[in-house]
Design a protein around this ligand. Structure first.
Ligand code: ATR
Length: 281
């Protein structure tokens, strides 16, 4: 039987965890397949994507810094999912029956990780505060809009970026700056940090927990460190917290299914292994 191949492309690509996740599932499911890392410099991205069928791959994951550019290059040339068209970015490209498809699975990962912690949560009843307006925020915002969240407020240091998202959403989101953040947190049920502030705990957001009323869910999509200052402070103040690690693991699941036609089982032991690898990477 032919070995099915898939890969992750990005630049740099050395630290990508996708091969660890996918190869572990390949082994567990006992299928003839492999998943590699391919470094693609920005100047070579177009050539790679436009000649994708020649790479003899079942599909690829697309990571930093190529998600938006890949969408731009391929938008009128392949079949994009509705969510990819809204987010204007793709993290997965795959071939089915000779046809190339593009999708963004980040929101799938985000939502599954949220619902795993809060199985009874109904997104359509929740007021959600999103901190940040970059690429990661966009995936979460347009996913939450599709799921008809009760209210979505986006706050960002650079307000113009939030304004652009507001326009793209047909004014379905409320926007503002980072000032009086505690009032905005008090008015929400779920607070999602999509900024890169948590990364290695540099440039942390300034949140005075004494000014926050009520118990909330704080969700940080950064997974390194697992407990960002944003989450540590929230935990100390008895809020529910969700780390970014399960989002990372679960976004790989639909991609694996696209590439190899199998929904892999994810065990707690695997999750522990992935988490350790992610933190030591
Ligand atoms: P990503 O694709 O990971 O979302 P990005 O597009 O560079 O990365 O977005 C990073 C987000 O983190 C932005 O919302 C950024 O705010 P600006 O739009 O004002 O740049 C936010 N961010 C990064 N460092 C920050 C800091 N020190 N304080 C507040 N926000 C910060």
């Amino acid at each position: 039987m032919e070995i099915k191949k898939a890969a992750v492309i990005g630049y740099p690509i050395k630290h990508s965890l996708s091969p660890i996740i996918h190869n572990s599932w390949i082994e567990n499911e006992n299928i003839k397949a492999n998943y590699q890392k391919i470094e693609i410099k920005p100047q070579n991205l177009e050539n790679f994507l436009l000649n994708f069928k020649e790479q003899k791959l079942a599909g690829v994951n697309i990571t930093v810094p190529h998600k938006e550019e890949a969408y731009k290059i391929l938008k009128n040339k392949i079949i994009m999912s509705d969510l990819a068209n809204k987010i204007e970015a793709i993290n997965t490209l795959y071939i089915k029956n000779g046809q190339i498809y593009g999708d963004s699975t980040d929101y799938y990962g985000f939502k599954r990780a949220l619902l795993e912690e809060e199985p009874d949560l109904k997104i359509e009843t929740k007021k959600i505060l999103i901190i940040g307006a970059g690429g990661a925020a966009k995936a979460v915002i347009f996913g939450l809009l599709t799921d008809k969240a009760k209210q979505i407020t986006v706050i960002n240091r650079t307000e113009i970026k939030a304004k652009i998202l507001k326009e793209k959403s047909n004014n379905q989101i409320v926007i503002s700056g980072l000032e009086k953040i505690e009032e905005k947190i008090t008015a929400a049920d779920i607070i999602i940090n999509t900024t890169s502030c948590g990364l290695n705990n540099l440039n942390n957001l300034k949140i005075d927990h004494q000014k926050i009323k009520g118990k909330k869910i704080f969700y940080d999509i950064v997974y390194k460190p697992l407990l960002t200052k944003f989450l540590c402070d929230a935990q100390e103040n008895n809020h529910k917290i969700i780390t970014g690690i399960n989002m990372l693991i679960y976004q790989a699941l639909p991609a694996f299914n696209y590439f190899f036609d199998i929904k892999p089982k994810i065990t707690e032991t695997q999750k522990k292994i992935f988490t350790e690898k992610a933190l030591n990477n």
